[in-house]
Structure formats: structure tokens, C-alpha cells
Design a protein around this ligand. Sequence first.
Ligand code: PA5
Length: 486
Amino acid sequence: MPGIIPAGTNKCERNIAVAESQIKLYYKNVTAEVIGPEHGVTASQLKALAERTSPIIQQLNKERQAGKTAYRDLPFNTQIAQQVKELAGRLKGRCENLVVLGIGGSALGNMALQTALNPYMHNLDEAQRPGPRLFVLDNIDPAQFCSFLDWVSDKLDKTIFNVISKSGRTAETASQFMIVRQLLLDKLGPAGLQNQIVATTDREKGTLRKIATDTGLSCLEIPDGVGGRFSVLSAVGLFSAAMCGIDIDSLLKGARDMDARVSCEDFYKNPAAINAAINYHLYNRGKKISVMMPYSYALQGLADWYRQLWAESLGKAKDLTGNEVHIGPTPIKALGATDQHSQVQLYREGPNDKLFTFLQVNNFDKDIKTGPAPDCAPELGFLAGGDLSTLLNNEKKATEYALLKDQRPCLTVVFDKVNAYTIGQFIYLYEVTTSFAGALFGINTYDQPAVELGKEATFALMGRSGYEKLAQQIRPSAEVDADFLV
Ligand code: PA5
């Protein structure tokens, strides 16, 4: 594999481009010093966590060197970035609309990158758009899909459909693909089908790979061993990003630089180890819910992406030795300041069962000052002439203060700026934090048996051959009992 860090590199000492901004994890506000010993982490507990987690740092570094965590090699894989850039370069000139067909790990990363790194009005305002419009269709709601097809049907020759499925057998993505395939065949013929679809899937296995080979589609590969929710830094997320003008080299560089920090064997210098250890400790002390609350519109897609990463990786019935544990923090997304007016009442006065992680941006890309107060409303003078960024960041501080008053533990991930480099850092930080948390919980971080059963049950309900027995088992719960319908 190209560009992998050689075994034995002392990653704590590898040079990071310090001139560029590093995201930081701030954890003082989970400590007992701030919120008291009942809900906070005491100094001796932190020391015990360091002792418990330090061997896991070594274990994860070894697993990584042994090629067991393939997602960690993605930022170093120059080949993928090259292939993505070449294909994007070939297609960009004739693409006004890029449509991603995928779900879960094959969609959330694309949305997160786009929301973080392109302007809010990207799709509507050509002047703000460095590439095609981007639509990520991660659902099969027929009304939504029909509305989209009505809009796109006369633009098919200027639209690229990127169908993404690692397994190639996901019913939602397959059905979307079959609709689009027929539309393209009807309107543009077989050549149109070949020209307008890019398939991102496993190197050799699966139905989508078979279709792509048979039809002669342009293809991008998802490397072996990279699961959907850990795939955003593969072609899964990089292609739509590159097409839409995102600097994927900086994104990958951010991830590489974070790799040095999260491989560091000194617990106190390793943000992923500390983050996971605090999450693990507080979960075991009753904080079963983990709220990620960005104070930035741009970062809210990352909170959605994190929800999947955390939930699918850590929500498990059994531990590694087969004991039933039914474990896993429940990840929730909130948005500051919006959800101050929706959720914070519960967060402060409801059960003290949550750990909050704020995402804070110190320097926004753009800023705007509030106008003067109307003469009839001098009481608004305190807002007059102030930057919106100052108001937003003060609202974060104010909410955090209010939560701390009620002994609610708060972490903050601080972004100096939001750019491809810091977003790459954040993605990699949370992927590796998830690996640490999985190891601390003693579960398999990388499987998702419960999701698989739902996929198979869908096959059964849709009459797929080979699933007849499962269809029988599902019938009692799938049929509506009118006695219970009110
Ligand atoms: O993380 C995962 O593995 C899942 O969320 C998958 O990404 C999702 O189920 C889609 O699977 P696929 O890419 O195989 O169509």
C-alpha cells in the first residue's frame, strides 16, 4: 500500500505542520474540579483511566501496523486520491449535477463534507459553487425521489450519478440505482448509462461490482477491510468532495497529521485516547447519552456522521468473549444556537444522564455585524454593531455555563477555523476515538449484526428467494392486528 507510515516510527515526534491550525479537545469541564465528584472525573479516576487506556494505545498501534484497521491507512493511500482526482477531472466539465445514491456510511460522510466545506447556498447560487450541485439521496421515500426525478429528468446528460455500495446488496441503494438505470436507458440509451454513472464499490465482490463490470461503468474502489462508517476518506467520500471543489489533499493531510497525535503513546497527549476514556468512564457512571452540539451550521453534518459512527460501532449485544452486555452510549445531535430553544430545558433540568460535546469555531469564514438598534428599541443596543460570530460563541459559553451549574459534564472540540485540513483532523480523531471506545467497552467495533438482520428481513418481505423461512418468522410482527388499532 503506498505511503503507509513505516513500523516503528515514533509518531509523537513526527513533525506536524504547526503553522496550520490543529483542532483541540478541551476536557476541563468534565472534571470533578468543575462539576463536583458525583458527576465529574476526579484526578485519581483520570489517572486510573490513563493506566487502563495506555496499553490500548499500544494495542491499537500494533493492530494498525498489522493491517487490521484498514481505515487508518486511507489518509496515506495516494493511489485512491489520484484515481479520484483523475476521474473528477474527466467528468467535471460536463457535470452540472452530482447525485449520490447511497445510505448510511455510503452517504453520511458525503453530506458532512459538503455541509462543512461548501457554502450554505452551494446548490442554489452558481457564484458560490465551485463545482456541480450536489444531491445525496440517502432514502427511498417515493415522494421525495419522484420530486427529484421530475426536476432532474431533463438534465440527465449534465448529471452524474455516483452509486455507492460497499456490499452492493443494500436494497435501498439497489432500488434507487434500478430506477435511475432505466431512466438513463430510456432517455440516453446504453451509452448514456455508461457515461452518467460512477459506481463506488468493493474491488471485486458484490452485485454492484458485477453490474459495473457487465455494463462498463466507471468505477472507484472501496479497499478491503474498510467498513461503511469508516469509509469517508476513501473514494466513498472523496469523489463527491473532489467534484464539488473540496481540497481533498488538505483533507487527507489533516487526517494524517491527526494520525500522529492519536498514535501517541502518552495518554495525556493523545486526544482520541482521552476522549474515549472520558466517554467510557462517564457512560459507566450513568451518562448513557452522548450529545454532540456544534455551534456552527457547517459542522452539523459531522454530528450526523458521528451519530452513525458511534451508534453502529459501540451499540452491541455481546462483548468480545461472548457475554451478553447490551452496551453502548446513545449519540444525539443538537445544533447551537437553534436547539437551545428546543432541547436545553431537558438538558439542564432533566436526568443528569448526558455527556455533552460542543464543537466550537473560533474564526468563521465569513462574519457580519448586527445593524443599529431601532430608536424605539434602545434595549437592543447591546446587540448593535456586534459580530454574529461573537453572539454565537457567547451563546455556546452561556449554555455550557448553565449546564455546568447543574453538574452536566461538557467536552469541547475547538476548531480554529473550518477548512478541509481541520475537517480531516476531526474525522480521523473521531474514527480513532471510536476504536479506543470499542476497545475499552470490550466489544467488536467494526461489525453491525443488527443492521444486517434488518437488511435480510427486508429481502424476506420483498420476496427474495432464499429468504422464505425468514419471511415466515417475520409474518406475526409484520401483519397488523386490527384489535390493537385505535
Ligand atoms: O457502516 C455501515 O457498514 C453501514 O452503515 C453501511 O454503510 C450501510 O448499511 C450501507 O451499506 P452498503 O454500502 O454496503 O450499501
